[in-house]
Design a protein around this ligand. Structure first.
Ligand code: ADE
Ligand code: ZN
Length: 338
């Protein structure tokens, strides 16, 4: 195990990425290129101005920039290019397996057919196998839309069931508790989807929402969710179920002004299967290796701690036990050689 953590070690360490919004990988360069190609006025005409528009200090102010930006995505090829460019970057970051979110309602509500985005995203997943990245899709419901709309999305996804691994829940959590989505989650579980949902950082009702997600909806994983550190019963519950928490330090720093590294490390030391991920890397200043690096630098982490995060990512991913063992062995071999 190296004493000093280098960028080479972080990038080379085999990792799974479990909290990544495909629409959050829209870099200013691609946004401007697609806007020009599709004749869409985004309000900016230079990459620098697009970059400057990526300015927010809370989840709500981020979402206000994020959703309008998706207008540039129009054709199957646009969705393909967005996903493929992310997957190529993931490869350079040492990602071996990725389960990626996408937001059907953010596209359906602006007149894009389900078939258009699912086929583009799925084609990118298939093509990523050629450079050894195992890529899968998680369909998110928007929690600030009605539960009925989530059920309609579930219905629309039926012809593409084999292209989608799980369901998630994202967007504005305030006044939108997990229980609002009890029906679509129960239907999704009946259809064999894995389930996860966002429990965003420091929400007004964080603890109550997390209880609903874990104890009533019974999700298979929890996105963010670091507020469980305030409640020992929840920590014990998560540990007993060996449930994964997907943390995103750089994103935390944007929406709360704190990477929440202290909480992340404390949970890891209590045995919680926390992984490190990038959330919306084009908007929050970095990809997965940047998240590992920022956390390691700010909280003076050891190589052993980073290896634990990487192992947690595979252990809590939705793959077979055999695949898990193979990836964990890859990590051990990497560390031994390093
Ligand atoms: N959509 C994209 N990123 C998100 C986040 N971090 N929280 C909630 N919804 C999101
Ligand atoms: Zn997220």
């Amino acid at each position: 195990m190296p004493k000093k953590i280098t960028r080479e070690f972080i990038e080379g360490l085999p990792k799974a990425e479990l909290h990544l919004h495909l629409e959050g990988t829209l870099e200013p360069e691609l946004k401007l290129k697609l806007a020009q190609k599709n004749g869409i006025d985004i309000g900016q005409t230079t990459i620098e101005d697009v970059r400057k528009s990526y300015d927010y200090d809370s989840l709500a102010s981020f979402l206000a920039v994020y959703y309008p930006g998706m207008n540039v995505l129009q054709t199957e090829d646009d969705f393909y290019q967005l996903a493929l460019e992310y997957l190529q970057k993931a490869k350079l970051n040492g990602v071996r397996h990725v389960e990626m979110f996408f937001d059907p309602q953010a596209h359906l509500t602006r007149g894009i057919a389900f078939e258009t985005f699912i086929k583009g995203y799925h084609r990118a997943c298939v093509d990523a196998a050629a450079f050894n990245v195992d890529a899968h899709l998680i369909m998110c419901f928007l929690r600030d839309m009605p539960a009925k709309s989530a059920n309609e999305v579930l219905e629309m996804a039926k012809p593409y069931r084999d292209m989608i691994l799980g369901v998630g829940l994202d967007s504005d959590e305030h006044h939108n508790p997990p229980l609002k989505f009890a029906r679509p989650y129960s239907d999704a579980a009946d259809q064999g989807y894995y389930t996860t949902m966002h429990a965003d950082i420091d929400q007004v009702d964080s603890i109550e929402h997390i209880k609903q997600a874990l104890e009533i909806i019974e999700v298979d994983r929890l996105d963010h969710g670091t507020n469980i550190v305030e409640n020992q019963d929840l920590v014990d519950w998560v540990n007993q179920k060996q449930l994964g928490l997907t943390s995103c330090p750089l994103s935390n720093g944007f929406v709360t002004n704190d990477m929440k590294g202290k909480e992340i490390v404390e949970l890891m030391e209590q045995g919680v299967k926390v992984s490190i991920n990038s959330d919306d890397p084009a908007y929050f200043g970095g990809y997965i290796a940047d998240n590992y690096e920022a956390l390691a630098e700010k909280y003076d982490l050891t190589a052993e701690q980073l290896v634990t995060f990487a192992k947690n990512s595979f252990e809590t991913s939705w793959i077979s036990d055999f695949q898990k063992e193979t990836y964990l062995k890859e990590i051990d071999e990497f560390v031994e050689k390093f």
